[in-house]
Design a protein around this ligand. Structure first.
Ligand code: SF4
Length: 436
């Protein structure tokens, strides 16, 4: 019988995947397996995959080809979004792949391993429904200062380019008591900052018609958890950003003034083709209202350039709106069709060269606007949650409430605490300051 001692897990994609990897790791550690940081040392290799971008899928396929040549006697498994949308295809294409584990089956990992050991067959466990028991399973966290908490899984929006509703299923909100319990549990372990996770956190509670607790209510409840100093959330669909949510952001002491509200495009024609269900005017109106309530709020976005039929005029509209809003963080991607999405039926008719030109143009604008913003931050005093020692081993690194990175010299004993830092300068995307 195969003896298993160690495992290696590689995570691709979003924070939800990172949290899922922590859940899987905790399960495996309960079986007395040791997590290792090099795949060569592992008896089990797990790839927790992402299907949002083509590049991410290619990386996983490359890894699977690599293992095909040199598997040794390791157990190889795939979980995450590629497990959901390519299941049988992957098992067929890679006969050396031992298992496929769905995003709703994280707690089945040990059962799968037992089956592989006993039967020596390829195993697959994929349920389309929300996993029973996951609400009360608290993963062990590697980071001792910040942790993510899943509050809603799945998505009901069906944006035309996105595979997530197929890979993660429909929205299911987690019970609020279980969320509060996990936040308190984390606070007792010394965690200072929590990030509430979901594909669309601001539709929390809408899938439970009898529940009176919606996302702003949940924020009010979490704000009362002793020991938690900061609350963030990610990600939000602009259509569900309500006035109540913006007021909660303004009024709750622990909820940080940083929001990630993906705009995706600034042309109504493209937004419609993306099935984003808002117009650029509507989006801008919400952003302006938010800025009027919280003048120092920082805003992040995702942008896709080169969506099918994006004309120069459409891109100009995106460019102008991007410049007007002056985003503080931006993930800008060149469009690539994802299999089984509505947009994959559209003609991918923007050349790669043009996609890259548009992407670079937006990136240049982003960095220009960021420089102006950082110039204005010089001379301000910022509250920083000290997260770790910097690579130079001399200074400490942390983040402001509004999510800027800060570097300053101080005693490592301050890691894990909130400090006030006088901002003196900046370099690339990091503020440099002095401890007050
Ligand atoms: S809101 Fe749209 S982009 Fe976000 S996960 Fe749902 S379908 Fe995908």
């Amino acid at each position: 019988m195969k003896i298993l001692n160690t495992f290696y897990i590689r995570t691709y994609g979003c924070q939800m995947n990172e949290l899922d990897s922590e859940i899987i790791s905790t399960q495996l550690e309960m079986r007395n397996l040791k997590k290792v940081s090099e795949e060569e040392e592992a008896d089990i290799i797990i790839l927790n995959t992402c299907s949002i971008r083509d590049l991410s899928e290619k990386k996983v396929l490359g890894k699977l080809f690599e293992y095909k040549k040199d598997k040794k006697d390791k157990i190889i498994g795939v979980c995450g979004c590629m497990a959901m949308n390519q299941k049988d295809k992957l098992l067929k294409k890679f006969p050396h792949l031992d298992f496929i584990l769905g995003t709703n089956n994280l707690l089945d990992i040990n059962k799968i391993l037992d089956d592989i050991i006993q039967k020596n067959t390829q195993e697959k466990k994929i349920d389309l429904n929300y996993e029973i028991g996951i609400e009360n399973f608290f993963a062990k966290r590697e980071n001792k200062i910040k942790a993510s908490i899943s509050i809603i899984r799945g998505c009901n929006n069906f944006c035309s380019y996105c595979i997530v509703p197929q890979t993660r299923g429909r929205e299911v909100s987690r019970d609020s008591n279980s969320i509060i319990k996990e936040a308190s549990h984390l606070a007792n372990q010394g965690i200072k900052e929590i990030t509430l996770l979901g594909q669309n956190v601001n539709s929390y509670g809408l899938d439970k018609p009898n529940s009176k607790i919606l996302f702003p209510d949940l924020l009010y409840m979490l704000d009362k958890v002793d020991g938690i100093e900061r609350i963030r959330f990610m990600t939000s669909h602009p259509k569900d950003i309500t006035k109540d949510l913006m007021l909660a952001l303004r009024d709750l002491k622990k909820v940080c003034e940083f929001v990630h509200f993906p705009m995706q495009a600034g042309s109504n024609k493209i937004l419609k083709a993306m099935r984003r269900t808002y117009t650029k005017e509507h989006y801008l109106e919400k952003i302006n209202f938010l800025k009027s309530l919280i003048p120092n709020v920082t805003i992040g976005t995702d942008i896709i350039v080169g969506f099918p039929n994006e004309s120069d005029e459409d891109f100009d509209e995106t460019y102008k709106l991007f410049d007007e809003i002056k985003f503080d963080t931006a993930f800008i991607f060149a469009y690539s069709p994802r299999q089984n999405t509505l947009a994959s039926r559209y003609d991918d008719n923007i050349s790669n060269t043009l996609k890259q030109q548009r992407l670079q143009k937006l990136l240049k604008l982003f960095h220009k606007n960021l420089k102006t913003k950082y110039d204005k931050l010089i001379g301000t005093k910022q509250e920083v949650l000290v997260e770790r020692l910097n690579k130079d081993k001399k200074s400490l690194k942390g983040r402001t409430r509004t999510f800027e990175k800060v570097l300053f010299a101080a005693d490592p004993k301050l890691i894990g605490s909130l400090q006030i830092v006088d901002i003196k300068n900046f370099s690339h995307q990091t503020l440099i300051g002095e401890l007050i």
